[in-house]
Design a protein around this ligand. Sequence first.
Ligand code: CP
Ligand code: NVA
Length: 305
Amino acid sequence: MKKDLIRLTDFEREELDLFLFRARELKRWQKEGVVYKPLAGKTLGMIFEKSSTRTRLSFEVGMYQLGGTAIFLSTRDTQLGRGETVADTARIMSRYLDGVMIRTFSQKMVEEFASYASIPVINGLTDLLHPCQILSDIFTIMEKKGSYEGMTVAYIGDGNNVANSWLEAACVFPIRISLACPEGYEPDPDIMREAIARAGDRITIGSDPAKAVSQADVIYTDVWTSMGQEGEADIRRERFQGYQINERLLSVAPSDVIVMHCLPAHRGEEITQEVIEGPHSVVFDQAENRLHVQKAILEILMKGV
Ligand code: CP
Ligand code: NVA
């Protein structure tokens, strides 16, 4: 039966570990120059309704490195953008492609697509979730800290798709999430409820960044205004004052803390230039790891290992 990657809570820890361990091997092979093409003859369709640099490139390059092909499909240029139904599109694409990655607004659209598709569907970001990002970030934490087990991730800022996926990660992995969000900008209430039910006291939801980072192994942030919220940028800039990752906040965190950001970053808003370019920041290794982890996802879902 085909398997999709729509959200992290659809998986058991052992299944997610498989992606992480495979990514480690694929990364090593790529660094050693090993040519490995298990997806020769396979094609990934990539539907984008929102912009992307990392997700598009890492999936596209990942497919090429694994011997397959990727096709970029903007909703502006397909019949999807002119009202062809998701159900029809999913069934048609399943006749040509071996997998589909979707970046769009609505989580429901991705779920509907997956329910009609007979090929694996990968969520490349919705308004609600960004699972490939967080799986890849857990890989980066393993690399930098030796293990993800027992790690505390302090997430500072907007309770957005990235924060929601961190909470879902804590349902599956033995990690702690300490959130500091301004009032009214907390994560999705259903996801918070489930995370608290499943992860219990490994989840802390508050509004004080200094408190959140005080025991952190990782400080994580994301933009204050996500794609689709551009009209709220001014009010958000006001409401998020005090939620910046800067030297002052770093000074109250443990000295071996690492700083992560899914990127793109808005220097001077959620993070300062000094911190993102400073010694605690791992953002470029973090971005690179999207490639390795997604190659593992593609290989496991599209070929099965
Ligand atoms: N982090 C991330 O998903 O980046 P892109 O929007 O560039 O794909
Ligand atoms: N929260 C951001 C993540 C971008 C990768 C957004 O949705 O725009």
